[in-house]
Design a protein around this ligand. Structure first.
Ligand SMILES: Cc1cc2nc3c(=O)[nH]c(=O)nc-3n(C[C@H](O)[C@H](O)[C@H](O)COP(=O)(O)OP(=O)(O)OC[C@H]3O[C@@H](n4cnc5c(N)ncnc54)[C@H](O)[C@@H]3O)c2cc1C
Length: 234
């Protein structure tokens, strides 16, 4: 097996007069052929555009309480709403610390959600957050549009996501629309809508988590191997 390190800039179905499968071009100019592909390109995140977010990403600006909740337990926490599912995210957070939900003036919870917020002790703040304050990556709190300061030691939010490479689109793979953005549509073995192309990891799921990403990589590897055995046995 050859291992080639490089950035794939184009993927296409091969000219069948030359070979079966796919042709991949790397940024260095080399061209590679494969009968089957697994796309595991991950996603790129676009954070809400508020000064102070990006330098705290992964430290005190977080996306997932199941990944980071333990690291920020027992301190004041915020949820900066970025999409309609943000109210659902906020409902999870009080198990790690007292929680304020910042609607940003755009994502007002529905009545049933407000009842659930009251039961969970979540404070709702409707004046938008305009800046994160503190010696980054530490966070002291957030500044609101009316000048008030609200003390929080970490905030959760939901960045917009998309596969970090257009390879799946180039190959014509179908995508699903998730609440944070598109992801590659796959079956339980990671097979995409294009025969011969599998996808794994964050690029092919709603839930972005390292263990889930590696598990779907295992499934896609099994799917590819079994497809190759079927082809050889035919
Ligand atoms: C801030 C932050 C904190 C997180 N913390 C946790 C945590 O605590 N626990 C947890 O379980 N998960 C956490 N996650 C999620 C976890 O990082 C992802 O679920 C996991 O890394 C996804 O793995 P992946 O292989 O699908 O994608 P990635 O890890 O993104 O890897 C994709 C790789 O493909 C490469 N690539 C992309 N395009 C091309 C191309 N065209 N050609 C060649 N190579 C390409 C990229 O350079 C990259 O190396 C966190 C995510 C973020 C953003």
């Amino acid at each position: 097996m050859n291992i080639e390190h490089g950035h794939a800039v184009e993927a296409r179905v091969s000219d069948h007069a030359v070979s079966d499968g796919f042709t991949i071009d790397l940024s260095g100019g080399s061209e590679h052929r494969a009968r089957r592909l697994i796309l595991a390109t991950g996603v790129s995140d676009t954070l809400p555009s508020i000064p102070g977010m990006s330098e705290r990403w992964g430290e005190t600006v977080l996306h997932c309480p199941y990944c980071h909740g333990y690291e920020v337990r027992d301190v004041s926490l915020g949820v900066i709403a970025a999409q309609p599912m943000s109210a659902h995210q906020a409902l999870l957070i009080p198990d790690w610390g007292p929680t304020t939900y910042f609607t940003q003036g755009q994502f007002e919870p529905e009545t049933a959600e407000l009842d659930a917020f009251a039961a969970r002790g979540i404070i709702v703040e409707r004046t938008p957050v305009v800046e994160l304050i503190g010696d980054a990556p530490a966070l002291d709190g957030v500044r609101l549009a009316d000048g008030r300061f609200v003390e929080v030691a970490a905030v959760f939010t939901a960045p917009q996501t998309k596969p970090s490479s257009p390879l799946a689109e180039m190959l014509g793979c179908a995508h699903e629309d998730g609440p944070t953005g598109p992801y590659v549509k796959v079956d339980q073995w990671g097979a995409t809508s294009v025969p011969g192309v599998w996808a794994a990891g964050d690029a092919a799921t709603l839930m972005h988590n390292a263990t889930l990403a590696s598990a779907t990589g295992v499934l896609a590897g099994i799917g590819v191997h079994q497809a190759s055995v079927r082809a050889k046995a035919a």
